[in-house]
Design a protein. Structure first.
Length: 247
């Protein structure tokens, strides 16, 4: 058999092994899509559930926004107890999230991220069985909320100020958030008459100005164009919003 044929045969066998291998499926889920941490509380509880059919070993930590962080590298001012635990199938586990007291702004929210890494159990069966095992990480936002902030989180959605700006050779929606709260949005679009120009999901922090590109918009829209999006509230529900562009 020639060298090229041997390489092709090995590649085919490797592909077949991948196709017939068993694959791990994430079973541990976090209750809720975001966490609100009031500054007046000593701790809050995070609920995890194992909806899978096997026991799961989970490791949890908090980071300050770096997706590449690890339990040893993160400097976020929170601790979780327990940081490592086993959850049997059909069971749950409560994590205690505690703020360590580091200095954070008192006039606006701060955002952090909860990481839950599910480590699959050791594969069972013959040692030569081809098994693809995957560790799954879930990541949700933690909003640290100081006491007595002006306004309410729900009101921040309608207080965003939207304008249209040039971005390179095209256009972008520009959002300014004058409030003390973060606003997370999905399904953002500029609507002009019957035309809809979609943008991207994102979060606008307190006092932040952020641009969202409009790749399909090639010319300035006529009068009456509106910004449409769904904001995500404290409970993870979508709140539809329509707002006029600022001049």
């Amino acid at each position: 058999m020639s060298g090229d044929k041997k390489i092709l045969r090995r590649a085919a066998l490797a592909l077949l092994a991948t196709l017939v291998c068993s694959q791990a499926v994430a079973g541990v889920v976090i209750t809720g899509t975001r966490l609100i941490y009031p500054a007046s509380q000593k701790e809050i509880t995070v609920k995890l559930n194992n909806n899978g059919v096997r026991p799961a070993l989970i490791q949890s930590w908090v980071d300050s926004g770096d997706v590449e962080s690890s339990p040893t590298s993160s400097k976020a001012p929170f601790v979780l107890s327990p940081p490592v635990s086993r959850i049997d199938p059909g069971k749950g586990q409560s994590l205690r999230l505690m703020f360590t007291g580091s200095a954070l702004p008192a006039n606006k929210e701060s955002v952090f991220w909860l990481n839950v890494l599910e480590i699959p159990p050791k594969a069972e069966g013959p040692v030569d069985l081809n098994v693809l095992q995957m560790a799954f990480r879930s990541r949700i936002k933690i909003f640290y909320r100081p006491d007595s902030l002006p306004g309410k989180p729900a009101e921040a959605i309608e207080q965003l100020q939207w304008s249209l700006t040039r971005q390179g050779q095209g256009y972008a929606l520009q959002a300014y958030n004058p409030t003390a709260f973060h606003v997370s949005q999905v399904e953002l679009a500029l609507v002009a008459g019957t035309q809809r120009y979609p943008s991207e999901d994102g979060m606008i922090g307190p006092g932040q100005t952020r641009q969202f590109p409009l790749p399909t918009l090639k010319a300035l829209p006529g009068a009456g164009a509106q910004v449409e999006f769904n904001a995500i509230n404290d409970y993870g529900a979508l709140v539809p919003s329509k707002q006029a562009l600022k001049p």
